[in-house]
Ligand binder design. Structure first.
Ligand SMILES: Cc1cc2nc3c(=O)[nH]c(=O)nc-3n(C[C@H](O)[C@H](O)[C@H](O)COP(=O)(O)O)c2cc1C
Length: 143
């Protein structure tokens, strides 16, 4: 079993109908390819975790990485894992709450996950939270 994590930025804000269409397609394909995972969306970023057979996960990521609906994709090295972390989710989509840090959203979603997977997701979430804090500080200074 293999997993990978990436983060990206939406190219533009998608309306709920577009998001539903994206998720329907993702779930359909992931069911077919026995891929499970989560997608966390906080309006400015996507954080996605995919798990399954290595060939299927890499093929899925290859399609995702050329999708014009997002850009600035950064992925971490894939990891071998002993078991599925999200066996019930072809693709769970969580919108993090506006007043919430990405880190606490990840922590809530990964309570039953193995430490190495939590680490991978938190690496991105913490970097993202630091970037948001930096922006807030800059906005605060210039105001
Ligand atoms: C943020 C984001 C997450 C996506 N996640 C998945 C996914 O988990 N599985 C998937 O098959 N496609 C996903 N897609 C869609 C793919 O980029 C691509 O459009 C789709 O796989 C094409 O499938 P098709 O060839 O069956 O039309 C995602 C797209 C975006 C922008």
């Amino acid at each position: 079993m293999y997993c990978l994590v990436y983060m990206s930025s939406p190219s533009r804000e998608m309306n709920p109908v577009e998001v539903q269409a994206l998720l329907r397609r993702a779930k359909h394909n992931n069911d077919r390819d026995a891929i499970t995972g989560i997608l966390i969306h906080d309006r400015r970023r996507y954080l996605q975790y995919l798990e399954g057979g290595q060939a299927e996960v890499e093929a899925t990521f290859a399609r995702i990485s050329v999708d014009p609906r997002h850009h600035a994709i950064i992925r971490l090295h894939g990891l071998t894992i002993d078991r599925r972390q999200f066996p019930d989710w072809a693709m769970a989509c969580k919108m993090s709450r506006p007043d919430d840090s990405l880190k606490s959203c990840v922590e809530r979603l990964t309570q039953d996950c193995d430490a190495q997977v939590v680490d991978q997701l938190l690496k991105f979430a913490e970097a993202r939270d630091r970037a948001v804090l930096g922006q807030t500080a800059r906005i605060g200074r210039s105001a």
